[in-house]
Each structure stands twice: as C-alpha cells, then as structure tokens.
Design a protein around this ligand. Structure first.
Ligand SMILES: O=c1[nH]cnc2c1ncn2[C@@H]1O[C@H](COP(=O)(O)OP(=O)(O)O)[C@@H](O)[C@H]1O
Ligand SMILES: [Ca+2]
Length: 442
C-alpha cells in the first residue's frame, strides 16, 4: 500500500536517522532553533547545566501527539521518545486520555465539537515541555464514525479541528487532520502490537496478527506465511510495505459497519443514519424477552424491544446474527495457524462478561466467548441484568470470529496495554507520520 510505505532507512538504520532528519526538517521549515536547540531545551527543563559539547552527546527527547477520533470517543496519545546519538530512539512514555462521545456525535453542532479537542490539547501542553511545543507534530486521524457520516458533515468537523490545531503552539502541517482509511488503521495497529512485543526489530520472531473491534468498523491484519493466502485473497485485502530490508505483504481488511455498535443496529434491523418512523420499534431475538427501552446510536434514539419468551435466547439470537453476517466476511484459511491479539470491544466485552481481568487482560478461545454467550443469554431469559446487550454482543463476537476463519479452539491474547502503552493503532500511525516527514526531506 502506497500510503504506508515505510522506508528501509527508517527501520534498517533505526529510527535515529528519521528523527534527526525530521528535526532538521522542522528547523528548516520553521526557520527557528538549530537541531541541538531541542536537546538543549530538554536539558534546561531537567535543570542540567550542559556545555554545547555535552549537549550534542546527551540524551534527546522528542514527542509526537496523535488524536484518535473514534466512532465512540476521542482520545489523545502523547508519545515521548528518548534517543542517544547514533542509537535507535526508545519509546519511553505514553500519556493517554479519552473523552466521550466521538466527534461524529457533533455532526449537527460543529462549534461544540471543539471543546473536547481543546480540553485534550491542554493535557498535551502540560505533558510536553514548552520549548518543544513547536517541534512536536500534532495529528488527528478519524475512523469509522466519520467514515459513516455524509462527506460534507465530516469535512466540517475536520475543518473545525484543523482550525484549533493551527491556533495551537504545536507543529502542524496541512495534512494534520484526516479520515484514515481502514487498511491504514489495521496496518498501524499491526505495527504497534509487533513493536510493543519486540517483534519488529527481530525478524527471527514470528509476527502476531491483530483483530480490532471498534464501534463502527472492525479490522483483521496479519502477515501470511503461505503464498496461497495472498493468492486467494479478494482484491483490496492485501497490502505491502518495506521494513528491515524486507517487503512485508500483509493481509489487512477493515469491515465498515461491522464494528460492535453498527452491528447492534444491523442485528436490531435498523439502518445507519435513518430514524424510526412514528410508533415504530425494533424488536430483536437477541434482547431479553419482554424487555423494552431506548437505545441511542450515532445521535439517533431507537425504541427497542425483546421478543416474547419462547425459543431459548441464544438459539434465536444466533440465527439472527448468522443471517446478518451471511457472506459479509472473508474467511482467511491461514489465520488458524497464527497467534492473534484482539483489541477494543473484544476486550471490553470479555471484561464485562468476567472472562478476563479488566486491567490485566488475559487469554481466551472462541469457545470461551461462546460459553459466556450461552450463559449470559440463558440468565437474560430470567432477568435483563445490567447490560441488556451482553447476550447480543457475545453472540456476535462468537460468530464474527468464526466467520473470519477461527476455529472454536483458537486462542487469543487480550491486552489493553503493553509496557504501559495503549495497544491501539495510534503508535504505529505516529511512526508512519514521522517517517512521512522524513520522506519529505528527500
Ligand atoms: O487507545 C485505546 N485504548 C483503549 N481502548 C480503546 C482505545 N481506542 C479504542 N478503544 C476501544 O475501542 C472501542 C471503541 O471503538 P472506536 O470508538 O475507536 O470505534 P471505531 O474504531 O470503529 O471508530 C471501545 O471498546 C474502546 O474502549
Ligand atoms: Ca478504534
């Protein structure tokens, strides 16, 4: 994939060259402090008294700020990198803060969308030393929520964010605010998980695949080991980029509309962006029998209702979910032989069902999700409990994983953080953004 090409220089010679060139570029672009200025700034802020000679051999510290404008929330990731001269920089810290709802919830009140962005920018101002603000790239990438909005509405929201970014003291370029395509989202998350588990700089270690279940879309990304996987993949399901003197050909696909919230709406029988008519309600075999409520999704409130008691809930719900997913997902045969990490709502639902510890994550099989789904659905036949969607959500996950090609015995790793860094696409996308600044120079 063109947009994700990561130069050999970047990975083979380490991120060192990239950061050095990037800072040189910033210096050239802003016509401000020399390269060592950034280093001096940090040294000053630590209270060190350094000579010029010492400064050039001392630790440099750099930051990158990535906003994840997801369909259910907006999050800021502030990454701090430390770098010794001629060595590969290390990711030393991440600051993370999340706000709800997502940007797309402000489609009809664009002015209001700015408040949350400004609030998160204040976190960045506290975290990044003032003297590094103008060297620190600031980027926002939006995912399914904005992809699902009419283009004009999405553009207005992005323009508002850009206005705020341009008025901020951070380093912004013309492309600092955008809607990310689903393949880039998958690849960025794949880079993150393989970087955080130490696999990116060690070609001897087998890479891991990743599954992300967002609110609006869901991604699967892995490095196939057999040619057959690439040859039999539908068009648009494979992509390539260069790293460690290798060309990596990844399988990566994002299913728009199959994120958990969009899937709920489809299972309920609703249509994205279309309110119900007067007196209409959505009746579902996945909700507790006799249950009646309202559910808000993408700023629309739907009247929802369970069916009358009858067939066991899990059976009736699984029929509905299977119909909803019918022929929507490509089954990649090889996935059963690979290790996968699973993120986002896979994690949240597993934690909510008590399958994993909500802070420490764990390991689960498809069968674990299925057993939990059967159990939760059964208990809902008697009482709706705290989360009337849990039977539907767990059933959906059980079927989605199998549609993607995973057998019931397949095990998955669930980790919200690795080494205190969020396992999201944001880190991989930050590497890519910094690399794009590098490529600009040449
Ligand atoms: O950086 C993160 N850390 C932890 N959880 C995250 C992060 N980013 C997204 N999530 C999880 O993703 C899910 C929502 O997906 P999101 O709002 O990103 O939808 P989208 O990816 O379809 O646009 C929630 O389960 C939320 O907890
Ligand atoms: Ca997401």
């Amino acid at each position: 994939m063109e947009a994700m090409k990561i130069s050999k220089r970047f990975f083979a010679f380490g991120i060192l060259t990239c950061i050095a060139v990037y800072v040189a570029y910033v210096k050239w672009h802003l016509g401000s402090k020399p390269f060592v200025g950034a280093t001096e700034g940090v040294a000053e802020s630590r209270g060190d008294k350094l000579t010029h000679q010492a400064v050039t051999t001392d630790l440099s510290v750099f930051y990158g700020i990535m906003f994840d404008a997801g369909s259910t929330g907006t999050r800021i990731h502030i990454f701090k990198f430390a770098q010794q001269p001629r060595e590969t920089p290390r990711l030393t810290h991440e600051t993370f803060k999340a706000l709800k709802p997502g940007l797309s919830a402000y489609a009809d009140d664009v002015e209001k969308s700015g408040q949350g962005i400004k609030e998160l920018l204040e976190v960045a101002k506290k975290e990044v030393p003032m003297e590094l603000w103008k060297f620190t790239p600031l980027v926002l990438k939006a995912t399914a929520g904005l992809r699902l909005l009419p283009g004009e509405k999405a553009q207005k929201l992005l323009e508002k964010v850009k206005e705020i970014f341009q008025a901020s003291p951070f380093f912004v370029r013309d492309n600092c605010v955008s809607i990310m395509n689903g393949t880039d989202e998958g690849i960025s998350a794949w880079i993150t998980i393989n970087f955080l588990t130490g696999r990116l700089d060690d070609p001897q270690r087998r890479s891991v695949g990743m599954l992300d279940l967002g609110g609006g879309s869901t991604q699967i990304t892995f490095l196939p080991r057999t040619k057959a996987t690439l040859q039999t993949s539908p068009s648009g399901h494979t992509t390539s980029f260069q790293m460690f003197n290798h060309t990596y050909k990844l399988y990566s696909y994002s299913y728009l509309g199959l994120g958990l919230m969009s899937a709920r709406l489809a299972i309920l029988g609703g249509v994205e962006g279309k309110p119900l008519g007067e007196g209409e309600e959505l009746i579902s075999p996945c909700l507790p029998p006799g249950f009646k409520s309202e559910w808000q999704h993408a700023e629309i409130v739907y009247k929802i209702k369970g069916q009358k008691a009858g067939e066991p809930l899990y059976e009736s719900c699984s029929n509905k979910v299977a119909k909803m997913l019918y022929k929507k997902v490509h089954r990649a045969g090889e996935v059963k032989d690979l290790d996968f990490y699973i993120f986002s709502y896979y994690y949240d639902c597993a934690a909510e069902a008590g399958l994993i510890d909500k802070d420490n994550g764990g390991s689960l099989t498809v069968s674990d999700f299925e057993i939990a789904a059967k159990y939760v659905c059964k208990t809902m036949e008697i009482s709706p409990g705290n989360n009337p969607f849990l039977c539907m959500d767990l059933t959906y996950i059980t079927f989605l994983l199998q549609e993607l090609g995973f057998p019931k015995s397949q095990g998955f790793k669930l980790a919200r953080k690795i080494d205190n860094v969020e396992t999201s696409w944001a880190l991989g996308a930050t590497f890519h953004y910094i690399d794009s600044l590098n490529r600009l120079q040449y």
